[in-house]
Write a protein that binds this ligand. Structure first.
Ligand SMILES: [Zn+2]
Length: 457
């Protein structure tokens, strides 16, 4: 322990000196000190023991083995526990948290703003998620969510938004998270409007056709905004979107729709499904994972060459793997299990999921920047589930922690602020009771959650 009296004397002297000479507060006093910690470096994947982390005004000021003399308003002796950055979920929807279709509020009224913010926080923060990206929300909610984005608070994750996900005009009524742009001019105008509101990320949804897609992408790019594409349903193909310049992609599973062409492959794919599931309609997770079996059996070269191409272009992909695992009972949190499957069908779906995950690992090994994007109503639990699933499918613990922190920060263009425990980054930190390096099930271990330098639990 340090001598309190000595420090107080020094503090007082230094304070007087600074007050007189420069007006700067005493440099060796901090709001929070975390001592004797094993710090995970998400750049190198290495853990360094015996570190002191010093935090002031919500920012990490120093990470060192020899901090010298200092004072701290609060000290946590981590006594050899692992400390990692807070998790980043790069793909969430408020509609999952607040309800959609009939349940969604048309507007977030002023008297319910704090209720909804707490709701969002309870879904993510207790599980260690300290930053979230809303990948599409109703425009009517934007005044509130942009307000949250501009005014972060310690007891809620930092929130970013893309506004409404952009789609071209279609015959059906657009889903409430989508916004229609009817021409390239309208697409550019919408992006500029969002920029003016303080939004720095946009989402190009699969129903966005090429003219609007290119206009929105080019406008966003010229403004220094980041674009995220969900490329699906054979409307656009990744070959084209890579050429246009898109580098950030939503959901690993969407590769299937840039390999399987419904017009040519549809009959063969249906022939694959029919003997197994008969004529009854099967759920979305079942179909999408069957597509990975189909690609492995019939389109392996095309899939491999697409993976090579997206890897060469330094792309990022949000994961969204829990959603499928949960449907097949492969997750610790299976709230969304598909109960219509027979024992035989379920066994086959589990095999299909394994095929999918083998390719996910292949993508990672080839250098594609995977980042967590749960896209799930119970997002915090889903994120922990994704960490466990990645490990069960061959990812190393250090890689998983990178995927859940730095990779997300980089893909969001927020790596100056988040993703690594080092000077200048926000003090969004997790102190783990038990280390996942000892046993991967410790991803579920309880954690002390620190947001903006405030110790929450
Ligand atoms: Zn989504």
């Amino acid at each position: 322990m340090r001598s309190v009296n000595w420090n107080m004397t020094v503090s007082f002297t230094v304070f007087l000196f600074c007050a007189v000479h420069s007006g700067i507060a005493q440099p060796n006093s901090y709001d929070l000190a975390i001592t004797h910690s094993n710090v995970f470096n998400s750049r190198t994947g290495k853990v360094t023991a015996g570190q002191t982390i010093l935090v002031k005004a919500g920012t990490i000021e120093l990470v060192t083995a020899s901090p010298g003399k200092y004072t701290a308003a609060k000290t946590i002796d981590a006594s050899g526990r692992l400390v990692t950055p807070g998790f980043i979920d790069t793909h969430i929807h408020l509609t999952d948290v607040f309800g959609d279709y009939n349940k969604a509020p048309a507007r977030i009224s002023p008297d319910s703003i704090s209720y909804y913010r707490k709701n969002l926080s309870d879904t993510y923060l207790p599980y260690g998620v300290t930053t979230v990206m809303i990948m599409g929300e109703p425009e009517a909610w934007l005044p509130v969510t942009i307000g949250w984005m501009k005014n972060p608070v310690p007891d809620c994750p930092d929130i970013y938004t893309v506004g409404g996900a952009l789609i071209s005009k279609e015959s059906r009524k657009p889903y409430l998270n989508h916004i229609t742009v009817s021409s390239p001019g309208e697409a550019s105008k919408k992006v500029i409007e969002y920029y003016g509101m303080g939004i720095r990320h946009i989402k190009l949804y699969w129903c966005l056709r090429r003219p609007e897609f290119e206009a929105a992408f080019k406008t966003a790019d010229s403004l220094g905004m980041r674009a995220y594409g969900h490329i699906d349903q054979n409307i656009m193909f990744m070959d084209t979107t890579l050429t246009i310049g898109l580098r950030n992609y939503e959901h690993i599973m969407t590769l299937d729709n840039s390999v399987i062409h419904f017009a040519q492959d549809g009959p063969a794919f249906n022939n694959q499904l029919k003997p197994v599931y008969g004529n009854r309609p099967v759920s979305f997770p079942v179909v999408r994972m069957e597509m990975w079996r189909f690609m492995q059996e019939h389109k392996r070269a095309a899939l491999d060459s697409l993976i090579d191409k997206v890897a060469k272009n330094k792309t990022s992909f949000s994961t969204t793997i829990h959603l499928f695992a949960a449907a097949f009972g492969l997750s610790y949190f299976s709230e969304t299990r598909d109960t219509s499957l027979t024992v035989v069908e379920l066994a086959r779906c589990k095999e299909n999921f394994n095929i999918f995950m083998r390719y996910a690992k292949k993508m990672y090994d080839k250098g594609i920047q995977l980042r967590i994007g749960t896209d799930c109503p119970y997002g915090g639990k889903a994120l922990l589930s994704e960490l466990l699933l990645l490990h069960e499918h061959g990812f190393a613990t250090a890689s998983i922690l990178q995927i859940a922190s730095l990779n997300g920060a980089r893909a969001l263009g927020l790596d100056k602020r988040y993703g690594v425990i080092e000077k200048g980054k926000r003090a969004n930190l997790l102190i783990w009771e038990k280390s996942p390096f000892m046993n991967y099930r410790n991803f579920l271990s309880s954690k002390t959650i620190i947001k903006d330098g405030v110790v929450l639990q």
